[in-house]
Design a protein. Structure first.
Length: 423
């Protein structure tokens, strides 16, 4: 006689595990979608960009006797105003020469697109950043196939030129070239959705710099002032750090800013005083105390460098330079903590009316909650928002996050005063 086992109405272990797996997959899908596909995708791709930058940076170090890639440089004294070196030229005219077949490229001796001064120093000849070096040395212009783009009044879209006038329109056929420098605003104005530049974040800049001015008003692109020197900051307004006074590139691909501890300019380049030393300053890997904790790049909406320039040993202005270095760096990493935002990142609470906002770090991922950092040992880390640089460096108030920003050749940063008055 056959006996039939009755089903008691329960689930087998296998069935339970299958149901749990399905639920887990559904939850993960919901979380992924609600967190925003674009934000998640941008985060992953931006992280990959930083890893690629690290490979190129290591290649630079290996081919330059162990020297670390500079955050910025000024090669005008060394290379002169001749065409051919990194950041030597950014635009040209096509000209017809009598008795010569074809057009001739005539490079425009001006790298300040909006305001030509007739002085190679003021026109930013030979001035560039880590991004320009990697762009040129790795042949990214050819690898990515960037076209030279028309600029000036001869452009087909006259309404575009009226919105973005510039002083590069020296002839009837002017072009912006990316042979000697990395893409800038000129390219993104015409190709706003281009995300293939591995030297920038895929996520957009959250703000213009500064986030608000002395009156607490949000700073917007102002075509009447862009490229012009300010009343107190004589760098061109609206252009990215370090050559300009802070970028007006909100909603364009975000900057990665290099720690300006690695500023390679000489004191003469830095001060403009011809009586100061003209020897450029570079750092070797062995001089850095803790590479695994030393930040090289961070997300920024202000430009391609962040922080002040370290003081020059032996300079008669050493003490004031030192104070400026600490203050500029602390300001760059200070983040207002008393603002309230809605889901669209509009400010709901009043902006402080006690001066310009000097924050440069861009928390552009996870709804404005985090940024990415590349460290000198090559690892990339996601960091949640902070209030002051001392939450990273540590101080007499606490150990911080063990992240080094300043005085990377020392065991710890030694400014005149830290929070709480400690030396």
């Amino acid at each position: 006689m056959k006996h039939h086992r009755q089903h008691d109405g329960g689930f087998t272990l296998t069935e339970v595990m299958v149901v749990i797996s399905i639920i887990a997959i559904l939850v993960a899908m919901v979380l992924y979608v609600t967190s925003g596909f674009g934000d998640s995708d941008a985060f992953v791709r931006s992280k990959n960009h930083l890893r690629q930058i690290n490979q190129w940076s290591q290649g630079y170090t290996n081919s330059h006797d162990g020297r670390i890639l500079p955050s910025q440089f000024d090669r005008l004294n060394e290379d002169g105003s001749e065409v051919g070196s990194v950041a030597s030229r950014k635009a040209y005219d096509l000209a017809s020469v009598p008795g010569q077949a074809g057009d001739v490229v005539q490079w425009i001796e001006n790298n300040n697109r909006y305001n030509m001064q007739g002085d190679p120093v003021l026109d930013l000849i030979g001035r560039g950043t880590w991004a320009d070096i990697l762009w040129v040395e790795n042949g990214l212009n050819n690898k990515l196939g960037l076209p030279d783009i028309k600029i000036g009044s001869h452009m087909t879209d006259s309404s575009y030129y009226s919105q973005y006038p510039d002083s590069w329109a020296g002839g009837d056929r002017s072009y912006r070239s990316y042979k000697y420098a990395a893409p800038d605003r000129a390219y993104y104005e015409q190709f706003s959705s281009w995300e293939q530049n591995p030297l920038r974040s895929v996520a957009a800049n959250s703000w213009n710099y500064p986030r608000w001015d002395d009156n607490g008003d949000q700073v917007d692109y102002d075509k009447t002032r862009v490229g012009l020197p300010g009343a107190t900051d004589f760098r061109p307004a609206g252009l990215a750090f370090p050559a300009g006074s802070g970028a007006w590139q909100q909603n364009m691909p975000g900057f990665f800013a290099a720690n300006n501890f690695f500023d390679s300019r000489s004191e003469q380049d830095y001060s403009g005083d011809l009586n100061r030393s003209s020897v450029d300053r570079e750092w070797a890997e062995g001089q850095i105390h803790a590479p695994s904790r030393s930040m090289y790049l961070v997300d920024s909406f202000a430009g391609e460098t962040i922080g002040g320039t370290p003081a020059f040993l032996g300079s008669p202005s050493y003490q004031s330079q030192l104070q400026n270095y600490y203050q500029d760096t602390m300001d760059s990493f200070s983040v207002p903590g008393d603002l309230i935002y809605d889901v669209d990142r509009n400010i709901l609470s009043d902006r402080p009316n006690d001066g310009v906002c000097l924050q440069e770090v861009d928390f552009r991922y996870n709804g404005g909650a985090s940024c990415l950092m590349l460290f000198l040992d090559g690892h990339v880390a996601q960091e949640d928002a902070w209030s002051t640089v001392w939450e990273l460096e540590g101080s007499n108030l606490g150990p911080g996050r063990n992240i080094r920003i300043m005085d990377l050749d020392k065991r710890k940063a030694t400014p005149p005063l830290q929070p709480g008055g400690a030396p």
